[in-house]
Design a protein around this ligand. Structure first.
Ligand code: SAH
Length: 393
C-alpha cells in the first residue's frame, strides 16, 4: 500500500536501512501535503521505498511501522498484537498468580507510539503519537480478538501522552467494555490499580522483577521505600520478612493507595507505616542507621535531554543522602527511569554520591527493565530503566 510521500535527503536513509524507526524532520527533503497522524510512505532520495509509518509535526516527523509497503490496517495491528501476546506467554507472565504485564512497549514491540498494559481482563492503552490516536478503535478491536479471551475491556488513556500541540482533544475513557475489578495480581500479590486517575497506566509493571529481588533481601531488615507510589516494593518487602517497612511519597493519594495495598495483602499489618513527605526533607531529617534497606525509585528527573545536567545533580544529591544515613551493612536499591540519562551517566552520579559519603560501596546487581519491556536491538533508545543494588559498609 502506498500512502502520501515523504522523500528523504540524500544519505538520510542510512539509519532506516538499519531498521531504526524514526525519521527526524531535518532528514526530509520533500513531503506531500500531509496532516498530523497521516499514514505516509517514506522514500530514499533515489526513490527506493523504505517503509510506511505515522507522520507527526515535531522533531521526530515519522515513526515507521513497516520497512516495506505493507498496509497498516486492522490486520496489521492484529498480527503485531498477536506476536506481542505470544512473547508474553512465552515469558510466563500469564498465570493464575500473575495477570499484570506490559503487552505492547512501543518500539520494543515494533509499534512506535503505542503502550498497552494488561491488568486482568482490562487493557490500558496509551497513544504517544497522533497516528496511534487515530488508530485507537481498530487497535482496541484487535485486542479483544487475542487468544483466550484475555481482553474484555479497553481503557484509553492518552490525555497526558499525546503531543499537546496536536489538539486532538483525547478523552480518557473506555473504548470497549466498562469498569471491572481493578485488582491486579503480580507474583501472587494483589494491587489496586487506578487506571482512571493513577500515573501512567495506573501501576509500574516495569519494577516487577526488581521487586522480587528486593523481597529476597528483606528478611530481618528495616526498610525505607522512598517514592513508594502504589507501595509495590513495600508489599514485597513485607512478604519477604522485613521487620519494619516505612513507605514515603509526597503525594497523599499515593500514601492512601500504599496503605490500601498493604491492607489488601497483610490485613492489620503492624510492621508497616506510610508517610506523606518530601523525599529530600525526610532523608535530611531521619537519623543515621534507622534503615538497613533503602529503595530510591524517583520519578524521571530528566524528561528531555535539556534537563540532563540538573537531573544528574538531582540523582547525586538524592543518593548522597541515602549513603550518608544507611546503616553499615545496609543495602541500597537505587533507580533512574529517565530515558535521557544513560547507564553510564547514572552510574557516575551514584559513584559521585558514594565518594562524597566516603562509605565503602560495592555493586551487587545491575538492574534494568523486565522482558515485557523489550528493547529492539535497532532502537537502543528504548532502554530507560536503570538500577543498582549496592552494599554499603
Ligand atoms: N516506586 C514506585 C514508582 C515511583 S513513581 C513503584 O514501584 O511503583 C514516583 C513517585 O514519586 C510518585 O508517586 C510521586 O508522587 C513521588 N514523588 C515525586 N516527587 C517526590 C518528592 N519530592 N518526594 C517524595 N515523593 C515524590
Amino acid at each position: 500500500m502506498i500512502y502520501k510521500r515523504v522523500i528523504l535527503k540524500r544519505g538520510k536513509e542510512e539509519s532506516v536501512m538499519r531498521f531504526h524507526p524514526w525519521i527526524f524532520s531535518g532528514a526530509i527533503a520533500r513531503i506531500d501535503k500531509v496532516e498530523e497522524g497521516d499514514l505516509v510512505t517514506v522514500y530514499a532520495h533515489d526513490g527506493k521505498l523504505l517503509g510506511n509509518g505515522h507522520y507527526q509535526i515535531g522533531s521526530i516527523a515519522v515513526r515507521l511501522l513497516t520497512f516495506d509497503d505493507s498496509e497498516i490496517d486492522e490486520k496489521f495491528y492484529a498480527k503485531r498484537l498477536a506476536t506481542a501476546y505470544r512473547m508474553r506467554q512465552a515469558l510466563g507472565l500469564l498465570r493464575d498468580d500473575n495477570n499484570a504485564f506490559r503487552l505492547v512497549h512501543g518500539e520494543g514491540d515494533f509499534l512506535p507510539g503505542l503502550v498497552i498494559d494488561i491488568y486482568g481482563h482490562t487493557a490500558v492503552m496509551q497513544a504517544h503519537s497522533p497516528g496511534m490516536h487515530f488508530a485507537r478503535n481498530i487497535i482496541a478491536q484487535a485486542l479483544t480478538e487475542l487468544p483466550g479471551g484475555l481482553v474484555k475491556s479497553v481503557y484509553y488513556k492518552s490525555e497526558t501522552t499525546l503531543p499537546y500541540k496536536a489538539q486532538l482533544d483525547p478523552q480518557n475513557d473506555y473504548i470497549i467494555g466498562s469498569y471491572d475489578t481493578n485488582i491486579a495480581i503480580e507474583n501472587g500479590l494483589k494491587f489496586h490499580v487506578d487506571w482512571l486517575k493513577g500515573q501512567k497506566t495506573g501501576f509500574f509493571v516495569d519494577q516487577r522483577e526488581n521487586r522480587s529481588l528486593l523481597e529476597r533481601y528483606s528478611r530481618g531488615r528495616k526498610v525505607l521505600n522512598m517514592f513508594c507510589y502504589t507501595g509495590g516494593f513495600s508489599v514485597y518487602a513485607l512478604r519477604g520478612g522485613a521487620t519494619l517497612v516505612h513507605s514515603v511519597d509526597s503525594s497523599a493519594k499515593a500514601i492512601a493507595l500504599t496503605n490500601a495495598n498493604v491492607e489488601l495483602n497483610f490485613p492489620a499489618c503492624d510492621r508497616h507505616e506510610a508517610k506523606a513527605e518530601d523525599a529530600f526533607k525526610y532523608l535530611d531529617e531521619m537519623k543515621a542507621g534507622d534503615y538497613d534497606l533503602i529503595i530510591l525509585d524517583p520519578p524521571a528527573f530528566a524528561k528531555h535531554k535539556s534537563a540532563l545536567r540538573n537531573a544528574l545533580v538531582g540523582y547525586r544529591k538524592l543518593n548522597a543522602k541515602a549513603f550518608e544515613k544507611i546503616k553499615p551493612g545496609g543495602i541500597l536499591f537505587t533507580f533512574s527511569c529517565s530515558q535521557a540519562v544513560n547507564k553510564e551517566q547514572f552510574r557516575l552520579a551514584v559513584f559521585s554520591a558514594a565518594a562524597q559519603s566516603r562509605r565503602k560501596v560495592r555493586i551487587l546487581h545491575q538492574l534494568t527493565q523486565p522482558a515485557d519491556h523489550p528493547i529492539s536491538i535497532y532502537h537502543p533508545e528504548g532502554e530507560y530503566l536503570k538500577g543498582l543494588v549496592l552494599y554499603v559498609e
